[in-house]
Ligand binder design. Structure first.
Ligand code: FAD
Length: 255
């Protein structure tokens, strides 16, 4: 499939961008990709599942504290959430996109179809993606279901896109951080995993000081830049603030 054809998810982005190169649209609405299914190993979200459906689904609400369900119910506008699909969000993956970084923080795998059907970590897929690959859906591993999903999107208004996005997945055992994944996006560059920041949390107590320290490391490690919406130095402060907010949430003192 060359650049002259495009799969249609919810069509939101395709209609807005109207790429004149695209002469053929491929309808996925009758391919059986619109279901959310819980198996023994994973919660599977078909590529045609909309944000609205995700936000209402009981299994997604129960997964990792419900962070994905909350996110899916709060970005863009109500009408748009009835159209935006998981496949379309991954297919477009703008640098400020909130869905892709959050799925990566949750440890999502993507199911794809190119010359064969394959499953791979979503983080690898967005790095290596070949044009024309069909996204069939994502799988959220159930081993992460009881961890704590976190997201913080700094926006000027509720419906604005993020000036900075931070997502995390945190495991706690006996008041000590036992597992951590940290992702930033909208820097204004796109999604990046920061294992170095996560390593500053693992093995440390769930206390405000732990996250304050990690915020200092993150402010050094996360590559931020200027664009029309915010300066790099402002974003650097937001990078730090996201870790402080994560600490407040983990310590149960978030406002
Ligand atoms: C006003 C507005 C506000 C928004 N706010 C936010 C926000 O705050 N946060 C956020 O994260 N996003 C936001 N979005 C962006 C939204 O997530 C994207 O526009 C998303 O790409 C739309 O999804 P869709 O299903 O309609 O995509 P479509 O327009 O259908 O497709 C987008 C791209 O993905 C490809 N594609 C679709 N399905 C598949 C598939 N199964 N396999 C392979 N490729 C596929 C298409 O060919 C196309 O290239 C906003 C959009 C609007 C219009």
């Amino acid at each position: 499939m060359g650049s002259a054809a495009a799969y249609v998810g919810g069509g939101v982005e395709l209609v807005l961008r109207r790429n004149p190169e695209v002469a053929t649209l491929i309808d996925l609405s009758r391919c059986g990709l619109g279901r959310i299914v819980k198996t023994a190993e994973a919660l599977s979200l078909g590529a045609q599942v909309t944000l609205a459906a995700i936000s209402r689904n009981g299994d997604v609400k129960a997964y990792a504290g419900g962070s994905l369900a909350y996110l899916a119910g709060h970005i863009a506008h109500n009408n748009l959430r009835n159209m935006i699909t998981i496949g379309g969000a991954i297919g477009r993956n703008q640098p400020w996109n909130d869905i892709v970084p959050h799925l990566i923080a949750l440890g999502a795998y993507v199911e794809i179809q190119d010359d064969q059907e394959r499953v791979m970590p979503l983080s690898d897929f967005i790095r290596q993606r070949e044009p024309g690959t069909l996204i069939l859906g994502v799988r959220l591993p159930l081993v992460n279901a009881d961890l704590h999903g976190f997201l913080w999107r700094f926006t000027r208004t509720q419906q604005d896109i993020s000036l900075l996005h931070c997502s995390a997945l945190i495991g706690v055992q006996e008041s000590v951080v036992s597992a951590a994944t940290i992702v930033y996006a909208g820097r204004p560059g796109g999604t990046v995993l920061y294992p170095k920041v996560a390593a500053e949390l693992i093995g440390r107590p769930v206390k405000a000081e732990t996250f304050l320290h990690a915020g200092g490391v993150a402010a050094q490690a996360v590559e931020v830049g200027d664009d029309l919406r915010a300066s790099g130095s402002y974003r650097r402060e937001l990078v730090r603030a996201a870790m402080v907010r994560l600490g407040e949430e983990m310590a149960g003192v978030a406002q």
